[in-house]
Every structure is written in C-alpha cells, then in structure tokens.
Design a protein around this ligand. Structure first.
Ligand code: CTP
Length: 130
C-alpha cells in the first residue's frame, strides 16, 4: 500500500482543492492531510474564513481523504512521515523546491495547481480582509 501525505489550510473549500486531493490520492492508496490549526495560521500571520473544526469537517467528507490531523508547526513533517509510514509527500507547485529536504525520508512530488481558483480570490469576492 502506497501512503501519501499532504498539508494545507483548505479554507473556503473549492474545486482546486478537490482536484488537488483527487490527484494526490491517485498517486497511491491512502491519503493523510495535515490541516493547519487556527493557532498555527495566527503564527503564520494568516486568518481563515472558516475555523479549523469546519475545515476538518469538510475535508473528512471528501472521499479521497483517509485521515486528517492537526498541523501545528513547520517542524512536525519529518515526525509525521515516520509516524504514518509515508511513501510520498505531495503538495502544490506553489511550494516547488521548498520541501526537497524531506527527500531522504520519502518521495517528494509537486503537483501543478488548478488555474484560476484560490482561497485568496474567494476571500476577495467575500470582501474578507480581516
Ligand atoms: N491547490 C491547487 N490548485 C488551486 C489551489 C490550491 O492545486 N487552484 C493546492 C495547493 O497547491 C495546496 C492545496 O491545494 O497543495 C491546499 O491549498 P491552500 O493553500 O490551502 O489553498 P489556496 O487556494 O492555494 O489558498 P491561498 O489563496 O491562501 O494560497
């Protein structure tokens, strides 16, 4: 069984997220998603439209997602890869090169983003500029 891992905020869940999760799951058999907590987003200087519990609720209902767990720090990735026995770390190509250092533990794949849709765009439409 090939085990896949990704991380993200997945705020205002949209088609680009669904496409990403579909392609991520198709790289193997089992997909875990580390979802950034509201506290971790605060540390990053980001505020979400939807709280952590709601973002988790949506992701848990997606058929491509087998496990969700909280992402609370930048440093946890290596421990998570070992804990969940991960074969492939995958993330969108907006992060290209940023996680190559995990390559000693598993394969690292950057998937092309779906064009013309993002949380930032949706927040702008909602005039959510908190
Ligand atoms: N993603 C994607 N295509 C999009 C939007 C997101 O493939 N159009 C991917 C990202 O590359 C990431 C994952 O979905 O691996 C989670 O994305 P996230 O950063 O939570 O959402 P964005 O819409 O990219 O949010 P923002 O506008 O804040 O960057």
């Amino acid at each position: 069984m090939t085990r896949i891992l990704t991380y993200g905020t997945f705020d205002t869940f949209h088609y680009g997220h669904m496409e990403f999760l579909r392609r991520a799951h198709n790289l193997g058999d089992w997909l875990a998603v580390g979802v950034s907590t509201d506290k971790f987003n605060n540390i990053k200087g980001k505020q979400t439209f939807l709280p952590y519990e709601t973002r988790i609720q949506i992701l848990s209902g997606v058929k491509y997602v087998d496990l969700t767990f909280p992402e609370t720090s930048w440093e946890q990735k290596r421990d998570d890869i070992i804990k969940y026995n991960i074969d492939i770390f995958v993330i969108g190509d907006d992060w290209r090169g940023k996680f190559d250092n995990l390559g000693d533990l598993c394969r690292v794949i950057y998937l092309p983003r779906t064009p013309d849709i993002s949380t930032t765009q949706i927040k702008n439409i909602l005039s959510f500029n908190r």
